[in-house]
Design a protein around this ligand. Sequence first.
Ligand SMILES: [Zn+2]
Length: 840
Amino acid sequence: MKQLLLHLFLIFTIFQSTAQVMHPSLDYYLPDDVTYDPEIPKPQEILGYVPGEWHVSHDALVGYMRTMAAASDRITIENRGTTYEGRPLLLLTITSPENHANLAQIKEEHHALTESGGANMDTETMPIVTYQGMSIHGNEPSGSNAGLLAVYYLAAAQGAKIDAMLQDVVILFDPSFNPDGLQRFSYWANTNKNQNLTTDPQDREYSEVWPGGRTNHYWFDLNRDWLPAELPESQVRIKTFHEWYPNILTDHHEMGSNSSFFFQPGIQSRTHPLTPKLNQELTAEIGKYHAAAFDKIGSFYYTEEDYDDFYYGKGSTFPDINGSVGILFEQASSRGHVQETDNGLLTFPFTIRNQFTAFLSTITAAQGMRKKMLDYQRDFYVNSRNEAGKDAYIFGSKNDPARAAHLAKLLQRHKIAVYKPSENYTTKDLSFDTESSYVVPKTQKHSRLLRGMFEKRTTFEDSLFYDISAWSFPLAFNLDFSDSAPASIAGTKIDSVALQTPLSLSRSEYAYILPWGNYYAPKALNAILNKGIRAKVALQPFSVGGIDYDYGSVMIPVQNQSLNAADLQAFLDDVAKASHLNIDPVKTGLTEGIDLGSRKFEALKPQKIALLVGDGIRSYDAGEIWHLLDTRFDISITKLDTRNFNRTDLSQYTTIIMPTSGWGGGLGESAGTKIAAWVRNGGTLIGFKNAARWIKRQGLVDFREVETENPAKEVTFEQRSDFNGAQVIGGAIFSAKLDRSHPIAYGYDNAAISLFRDTTLFIEADETSYKNPILYTEEPLAAGYISPINYEAIKGTRPFVHQSSGRGEVLIFTDNTNFRAFWYGTSKLLMNGIFFSNQM
Ligand SMILES: [Zn+2]
């Protein structure tokens, strides 16, 4: 009998929660300690369903947000820009109507708190500012769906408690940090929903097709881009951050379905050392508000055991180096509508209610800790200024003003002051000129952030990292750099860094030279070759007209072209302007070094590039290459899906790029035969990271790996995952030496280069020295963490392999030359592989 009752009880509970899934009611979500203004449209009145019944699409989310801004005098809305797919990047400002009337002044005073005069400001009556953003990973939908309730609650709830809260807090609300990803995911979850909801995790509803909705249009993880801010979604977020300097920033995520709910603080030993201790103490104090709110609704949670605040490119860590406190929320994911889990049925509405609860407890914390948080922010900036060094950073690149300009632009996005040098500056082994260099004095508002961007850290308290362990920008941009220039050489402040505008190209009747050092030279070359213009690459340096030209300079003859001399001049002038670089006219073929008619100038061919994408390929790595070629170099590529690979005709492609994969490229052995035949017939195959092993198995390339052995000694069962985790290279920076005469190194004016690596694939150097054009040094660690065993293994190995196979070429990179769109310094390695593989 007891058994039967228990059984009935269980059935009843399941029935209850399933009913709640089928038709969740607004009452399930909303606190009942307030009344609600009936004039404010409920979500279901606009969407046609109560939140949680369907996954809200971004379009519908935008519709509801606009409706609410029109209906409530507590809410204003602005569109700050668009995603790659043209979706609006909205921001709602939510506060009392009185605050709205004085918003400009509130903003100005809040801003003043972080400025030089802020030290003496009284924070007694100032409102606090929160910035709360949803679902930066589009397939972690409970955040954005909770956003519907959040905005309804803040517009409709009535009473003295609400009025006081809206008076004390200015809420900046972004209902979707990743519109393109949310749209992609909502389509998936809704189109696979059963009328009779399926709780079986094996249902198609719970496993998206490649690449899934986590990322943005070019498959970037937007929650890694807060620091580089190379992507449009991040750029508007950073702009809002600096307009307001919010005190608390929240970032709402989802994790594995069998978990509960996580809120920060995370693992303390992994906090970045530049983050003040008090930041983590405040995070813990805010956590008490979340705990109280979750206890009240009976939801489980945990803190401190997971995640960390190390990499400043994450939304919950970026605020920590900017005087604010970032909070990460992770909700166990129902992914679709309802799933069986270790904790029983996990329903979509339950996940939404937890996110909504954390959203509100953040505002309660902000209100409760208002003065403390404002004082913390004020003191952060006072200390940041006081502890800053008195000298300056200087960086530049004589042969490539574009790379230096891009770093300067990055700094300006973060409101870091950048100056032109007042005079040329020379250190022991570097020289910086006034034309191509930038000076950044350390004494400025964001001195801590600056340090976090520029330092080369190689020692750490912990050996585990949730994300990368290094991102030093002077290395990533491959620039000449000094961190101890006198501040006195800062000349004119630059308001807005621009890429170079070249002078108008004057006519040559003989030839033009395109130097290869400029970042955008491949963009220019691609346009030239696609126009059917003949161009040749110089295999050796030469001088003509008083100018030195390095390896890899591209020569465009005037005679025997499809355009006459005047049209060629006009065309090249357009190309130079579009590519922000100079093309030089030359009058004679007689040079110092190889003459222009020499056989050491080799003809180049237009490239037709295919990129392997789809099942088996790592979408981040593929997306980085797609983004690089499509948005930086205007190179149109074909994305070949591994699913259809056996049916594709490869004969039209000159180059196939194979990004890294989890399990052999997602291609079977028949695909291997097909690719091998294509290579031997003259194709160039470029493989990254793990793809190298698959390509080797096809017999297209041969290399020996350095094997490492690391037996677990005195490691307990409990310590085993930390032990294994420490053997991973999560992302660190290593120095290598270039053979500048090798085509893979064309365009690099310095034999030293830094590479970003996140694999433990170590390839032994070839016995033939000229087959090692890129070689790690004997002490290669430039920044980041590597275990002692791996460090011994990497020394003197090669991150690049070239091998001819039949009439074709195979190129292997063990490192990621395109990492997260901010590794400008190694973009040219891939471009050299594309354009100059026939010269290798
Ligand atoms: Zn996430």
